[in-house]
Design a protein around this ligand. Structure first.
Ligand code: PDD
Length: 279
């Protein structure tokens, strides 16, 4: 369980952060989750680019140059090579300072953590059966494109799913689908893949991009446009996408079957394309 913390490599149990870290006090930080298949990080450049964008968005100085990010990630992955697949977690907070909402002055050093966790992607049974989901009002703020560590709304929304015994909560804002509590959402109608356009109301998912690239490359028709609640409920297929869920079919929504209640043909095609592509 070797982690990287502020330039040093150490066992997880020894990695500690002062209580005045602004990540602890305010959730003042950003993060990434990167899947690692057989030691190879998937779409690392894209994840690091999104991290850099997020740091800029919240005005935290990027603490490492790109080569240093690559180096630190490689070393954490190598140190955890006993895990066949890993989920690499990067978190950067604004740093440690006396509690005050405004940025610390003078500037403090950002806190950087990189750790590895086992990557648990949906197994064959889950891919075959699909999962259930519920809907809820999107109670989050208006900067959902930032992958911030302040995730209280997501925590509450995801727990609603757990309380209902389902896998995910799909969020609706002013009658339109935004995303899941920790995933992006696609629908299929009459063979056409549809997803909401990137906006301040959803995270620009790396997996979302991969799915659209695969659709493009393999001639699957798609349409990036707002998805209304009515379109969501009338969809032939609903999918979740994320770095850890990959592509997963939703077969019941708020207790109602999605089409015949089984993962659909377009899902099966995309799932196969994704599996082939990630390796
Ligand atoms: N979640 N939307 C939200 C709100 C998310 O938290 C995530 C990812 C996604 C999908 O993004 P990507 O395809 O880049 O993983 C969309 C990660 C996995 C997490 O918080 O664990």
């Amino acid at each position: 369980d070797t982690v990287y913390l502020n330039g040093s490599f150490m066992p997880l149990a020894q990695a500690t952060v002062p209580v005045l870290d602004r990540g602890f006090i305010f959730g003042d930080g950003v993060y990434e989750v990167i899947p690692v298949y057989s030691g190879h990080p998937f779409r690392l450049e894209e994840h690091l680019a999104r991290l850099a964008m997020n740091l800029e968005a919240v005005r935290i100085r990027n603490p490492l140059v790109i080569t240093a990010w690559h180096d630190a990630c490689s070393r954490v992955i190598a140190a955890n090579a006993r895990l066949s697949d890993q989920s690499l977690y990067i978190q950067v907070t604004r740093g440690v300072a006396p509690r005050d909402q405004a940025f610390p002055r003078p500037d403090v050093t950002p806190t950087v953590l990189i750790m590895s966790m086992p990557l648990v992607t949906p197994g064959p049974e889950l891919v075959e059966s699909g999962v259930s989901a519920i809907t809820a009002l999107d109670i989050r703020w208006q900067r959902c494109n930032i992958k911030a560590t302040s995730l209280l709304a997501n925590v509450l929304l995801r727990q609603e799913a757990v309380d209902h015994g389902v896998a995910e909560t799909l969020m609706l804002r002013e009658g339109y689908l935004t995303e899941g509590s920790s995933s992006n959402v696609f629908i299929v109608k009459k063979g056409v893949l549809q997803a909401p356009p990137k906006s301040q109301y959803m995270l620009p998912g790396i997996t979302y991009d991969v799915v659209l690239e695969l659709a493009q490359a393999h001639g699957l028709p798609f349409d990036i446009a707002p998805v209304s609640e009515a379109q969501l409920r009338a969809a032939d297929e609903i999918w979740l996408t994320s770095s850890t869920k990959e592509v997963l079919a939703v077969v019941t929504l708020d207790g109602a079957k999605v089409n015949d209640g089984k993962p659909g043909p377009v899902f099966r095609r995309m799932h196969a394309l994704y599996q082939a592509f990630k390796n």
